[in-house]
Design a protein around this ligand. Structure first.
Ligand code: ADP
Ligand code: MG
Length: 243
């Protein structure tokens, strides 16, 4: 399978604290990878290194075969190829829903307002938020905000979508509506990298599950392998705490 992102020997330290240690990791086109692991194991840092919100301390990030860290010019175009959805939504609170979904398209991708609105509406419909174009984020529930954040990221038409615990800040009754949208995206063939505590989602939707522990990938495999037949003791211990 064609690797979209291929990370080799990734290291990340904050001061003397080594948070990622020699991580090799790849995502293939159309693949859905779920990253699981205890709090503090380095999941967010890995995702933030993937989209260069954090600068890796060492290693390579290959994107479609190009080493993007070696060429500053590539970094800007690379970033536009990745969509990110955060735990805390990170919507622009002074902008309405439609505006949230067109600002990046107009400023970064230089699309006209008309084109940006057409594309935004397509994705707002997809997440079921097209009735709320004039609403401000504070008028929305958490689940609705997260669906807008997903539509905003999709409006940039990225190659890969990164999700960092997209349902962890939601009231329990709103988790389902967000997971449903994510499942539909996965089934549509979108390439997705999802940090999640939702083991049911990982089991059902992931092509591959990556278990992180103390800054390393301790084990990875199909959901079947990881959840039903983990090889590593630490994977078993983690799963027994969360399942
Ligand atoms: P996870 O997402 O798995 O909970 P994180 O990647 O957020 O883990 O954090 C891994 C470790 O890196 C933690 O010990 C955390 O305190 C540390 N860390 C993360 N970001 C920073 C930062 N900006 N400065 C210093 N330490 C950080
Ligand atoms: Mg995290």
């Amino acid at each position: 399978m064609e690797k979209v992102i291929d990370i080799q020997h990734l290291n990340k330290s904050f001061g003397s604290h080594e948070v990622l240690k020699d991580v090799d990791f790849s995502v293939s086109k159309g693949e859905v990878v779920c990253i699981i692991g205890s709090s503090g194991s380095g999941k967010s840092t890995l995702l933030r290194c993937v989209n260069l919100l954090e600068k890796p301390s060492g290693g390579k990030i290959m994107y479609n075969g190009v080493d993007i860290l070696s060429d500053t010019h590539n970094i800007y175009s690379y970033r536009t190829k990745l969509g990110m959805v955060f735990q805390q939504f990170n919507l622009f609170n002074n902008h309405n829903v439609l505006s949230n979904c067109i600002v990046g398209q107009m400023t970064v991708l230089k699309r006209s307002r008309e084109e940006a609105e057409t594309i935004a509406m397509k994705y707002l419909r997809l997440v079921g938020m097209d009735q709320y174009v004039n609403a401000k984020p504070k008028q929305l529930s958490g689940g609705q905000k997260q669906r807008v954040a997903i539509a905003r990221a999709l409006s940039m038409e990225p190659d890969v979508m990164l999700f960092d615990e997209p349902t962890s800040a939601l009231d329990p009754e709103m988790v389902g509506e967000v997971l449903k949208v994510m499942k539909e995206l996965a089934e549509s063939g979108l390439t997705m990298l999802v940090v999640t505590h939702e083991m049911g989602f990982a089991k059902e939707v992931a092509d591959r599950v990556v278990f992180m522990d103390k800054g390393v990938i301790a084990e990875e495999g199909t959901p079947e392998q990881i959840f039903n037949n983990p090889k590593e003791e630490r994977t078993r211990a983690f799963l027994s705490r969360v399942l």
